[in-house]
Design a protein around this ligand. Structure first.
Ligand code: SAH
Length: 262
C-alpha cells in the first residue's frame, strides 16, 4: 500500500531512484572529525525514497521528522530501525536544541509550501547546522544562490549568504515525482561559511534587510527612512548607499548599512 499524496502537506513523492541517490550523495560525509556517526535530520521522509539510501550510510546517525501519520505508518512498516529515530510532528515546531545538543545536518525533499520557513529556522540554528542538502522549487533555489544585481536576489539570498555558501547542484524535472508538481525543482547544498560574527548588530541586520526589500524597486531611502528616523539617524539618509536599490547590495554592503543605522 502506498501513501495517498496530500496536497496540503506539499506531498510530491520522488520516484527517480538515481536522483534520490544523488541527493543523499551530496551530503558530505561526517562534517566534523569526531569519529562518531554524524547526526542528520531528514525533514519530511514521506515514503522513504531518500531514507533508504541514508540508512545505508554508516557515517550518519539518522533522525526523521514527518508530519503525516500515514507516511509515519508506512515508514514504520517498510523500514527497520525506525523506532527511536522517527518522530511524528511538525519540523517548524521542533525544539532542535533538545534533540541535538551539538552539531547536526539537515536533508530532505522539502515540502515546497514551507520551504522558506524551513530555511529561516535553519538560520535560527546556524551555529549548530554546518550543512543542509535539500530539494526546493527551482526558483527558490535560484533565489537562494543568486548574487547581487539580479531581479530574484532577495531577503533569503542575503540572510542565507551571510552565513552559508550556497551551491545550486542540479535541476530535477517534474516527471521525477508522483504526482508531478507544477514547477521544476532543484537540489541545493548549504555549507556554513565559517563566519562567526557579522561585524554588526545581527538583529538590526535582519530588520534592515527585510525592510529594504519591502519596496525592492525603490531606492533604499524610501523603505529605510522610518527606521532611520526612529533611530535618530535622519542625517545619514543623504549618503550614496541609500540611492541604490536593495537588490544591488551585497552582504557586506548590508553590514555597512546596518552599522550606519546603529
Ligand atoms: N521525501 C519524500 C517526500 C517529499 S514530499 C520524497 O522525496 O518522496 C514532502 C514531505 O514533507 C511529505 O512527506 C510531507 O508529509 C512532509 N511534511 C510536510 N510538512 C511538514 C512539516 N511541517 N514537518 C515535517 N514534515 C512535513
Amino acid at each position: 500500500m502506498q501513501v495517498r499524496a496530500k496536497k496540503a502537506l506539499g506531498q510530491h513523492f520522488l520516484t527517480d531512484q538515481k536522483v534520490a541517490r544523488s541527493i543523499v550523495d551530496a551530503l558530505s560525509s561526517c562534517p566534523a572529525p569526531t569519529g562518531h556517526p554524524f547526526p542528520v535530520l531528514e525533514v519530511g521522509p514521506g515514503m522513504g525514497v531518500l531514507t533508504q539510501y541514508l540508512l545505508e550510510r554508516e557515517d550518519i546517525d539518522l533522525r526523521l521528522i514527518e508530519i503525516d501519520s500515514e507516511s509515519v505508518e508506512y515508514l514504520l512498516t517498510h523500514f527497520q530501525g525506525m523506532q527511536g529515530r522517527l518522530m511524528e510532528g511538525d519540523f517548524l515546531q521542533l525544539k532542535l536544541e533538545k534533540l541535538f545538543p551539538e552539531q547536526f545536518a539537515i536533508i530532505g525533499n522539502f515540502p515546497y509550501n514551507i520551504s522558506s520557513q524551513i530555511f529561516f529556522k535553519v538560520l535560527d540554528y546556524k551555529d549548530r547546522i554546518p550543512e543542509v542538502v535539500g530539494m526546493v522549487q527551482k526558483e527558490v533555489a535560484e533565489r537562494m544562490a543568486e548574487k547581487p544585481g539580479s531581479k530574484t536576489y532577495g531577503i533569503l539570498s542575503v540572510l542565507l549568504q551571510a552565513w552559508y555558501n550556497i551551491e545550486y547542484l542540479f535541476t530535477v524535472g517534474s516527471g521525477c515525482f508522483a504526482p508531478p508538481p507544477k514547477v521544476e525543482s532543484a537540489v541545493i547544498r548549504l555549507t556554513r561559511n565559517g563566519r562567526t560574527s557579522l561585524g554588526c548588530d545581527e538583529k538590526l541586520f535582519k530588520t534592515v534587510v527585510k525592510t529594504a526589500f519591502g519596496q525592492r524597486r525603490k531606492m533604499m531611502r524610501n523603505p529605510l527612512k522610518p527606521l532611520a528616523l526612529a533611530r535618530g539617524k535622519a542625517d545619514i539618509l543623504s549618503q550614496d548607499i541609500f540611492s541604490q536599490r536593495p537588490e544591488q547590495l551585497s552582504v557586506e554592503d548590508f553590514v555597512a548599512l546596518t552599522n550606519l543605522l546603529d
